[in-house]
Design a protein around this ligand. Structure first.
Ligand code: FES
Length: 390
């Protein structure tokens, strides 16, 4: 197998749901593209290995399985011949976008007996944060999307800068990389972004669970260290930045910058946190950076990076200037490019973990526990999930 792709081996057996979730966890909303990219023509999407399309009709976005039940042609090759419907390009079977019902088979005349006997599977779709979100589940009504989005994003006005990029590699490698304790201090030591955020050489960490999130709480920090027989290593050496003065707190990390009141009010236990179905939150003093790792299939994911600045009105203008002028390149570009590279070349399992990998283990355990609860709940309600996963 290629590095960055998953072998079929069964080496994550302590987390059976996680191990099985090669193509993602069912029962969640996933961002698939920008709202502006969905017009009146079908747009193909692959999500959790399923092929669907999204299309806009009278302002609302609909989602439907992208396989015509007649002869298996992609329905997305078709178009809207009648309002509120999509017609297959091949023989003109015409489906209602809302219900999926076959309303007409154009080439069999107005009273085709097949009508009313076929229903095409549809997907629940919502628009949030300037993006289109699709729910993939097991037939149960989806939970409200606002219950899944980060709470502070739903309840506070914010300006958003977002980037969506298709990337190679399994979505789990991307999520694990995001929450990985050790890499921020070593892999990213050469990133220009580190000019703004000095990091210790190493630190001790505790993982804390609060609500749907687990947090990395840094304890003792070491800005320099002597490695016996090797020499001294300094996290601050190459750009000569001093560790920040202890003036304000964001998460449990001190900063010399004023902390935005909305971010301060969250009282995050740690500045890095992760939640299902693969969402990373990094809280900085003046904005929050989110990463959504969207499973496309077993070997590909969408990297969705979102910067939220909790401001309103004219105060938002400096954010756009900063985002377009610098952050997009330094952070979303170079820094994130280093992560992309590692996700492509990660080749686990097998793996041999070290102390900072408690962050990975706790994330896997969270995924495991939450999925176990979901499956129990579904079975109680009479649904029959085939598995936790696609
Ligand atoms: Fe779609 Fe025939 S294949 S109408």
């Amino acid at each position: 197998h290629r590095a960055g792709r998953l072998p079929g081996r069964q080496d994550w057996s302590s987390w059976p749901h996680y191990q099985a979730a090669k193509a993602g966890f069912r029962g969640y909303w996933y961002p698939v593209c920008f709202s502006s990219q969905v017009r009146e023509k079908p747009r193909q999407v692959t999500l959790l290995g399923e092929r669907l399309f999204v299309i806009r009709d009278k302002g609302k976005v609909f989602g439907m399985k992208d396989r015509c039940p007649h002869r298996g042609v992609p329905l997305s090759y078709g178009n809207k011949q009648f309002p509120g419907t999509v017609s297959c390009v091949y023989h003109g079977w015409t489906f209602d976008l809302e219900t999926g019902d076959l309303k007409a088979a154009i080439t069999d005349g107005p009273r085709s007996p097949i009508c009313g006997k076929v229903t095409q599977p549809t997907y629940d779709v919502e628009e949030r944060l300037g993006m289109v979100w699709v729910y993939v589940g097991d037939g149960e009504p989806p939970h409200p999307i606002d219950e899944q989005l980060p709470e502070e994003l739903v309840s506070n006005p914010a300006v958003i800068g977002a980037r969506i990029q298709p990337r190679e590699g399994n979505w789990r490698f991307a999520c694990e990389n995001g929450f990985d304790e050790g890499h921020a201090k070593y892999l990213h030591r050469t990133a220009l972004w580190r000019l703004f955020k000095p990091m210790p050489v190493w630190n001790t960490t505790r993982i804390v669970k609060r609500g749907r999130w687990i947090y990395r709480v840094q304890q003792e920090q070491f800005w320099e260290a002597d490695f016996p027989g090797l020499g001294r290593w300094s996290g601050t050496a190459w750009y000569k930045l001093k560790p920040p003065k202890e003036t304000k707190n964001i998460g449990n990390t001190s900063t010399h910058r004023e902390v935005n009141p909305t971010i301060a009010a969250q009282e995050f236990p740690g500045f890095a946190s992760v939640s299902m179905p693969g969402v990373l939150r990094i809280a900085y003093p003046t904005f929050i950076h989110y990463e959504f790792y969207v499973p496309v299939d077993q070997d590909n994911h969408l990297y969705v990076g979102v910067l939220a600045d909790f401001k309103q009105g004219l105060k938002t203008l400096p954010f756009y200037a900063k985002y377009l002028g610098a952050v997009r390149w330094l952070f979303h570009g170079q820094f994130s490019g280093q992560d992309k590279w590692m996700v492509e070349v990660t080749d686990a399992p097998p793996e041999k973990l070290y102390r900072p990998d408690d962050s990975l283990l706790q994330w896997r355990k969270l995924a495991e526990d939450v999925t176990e609860e979901r499956l129990d709940r579904l079975r109680e309600q009479g649904y029959e999930p085939a598995d936790a996963t696609a």
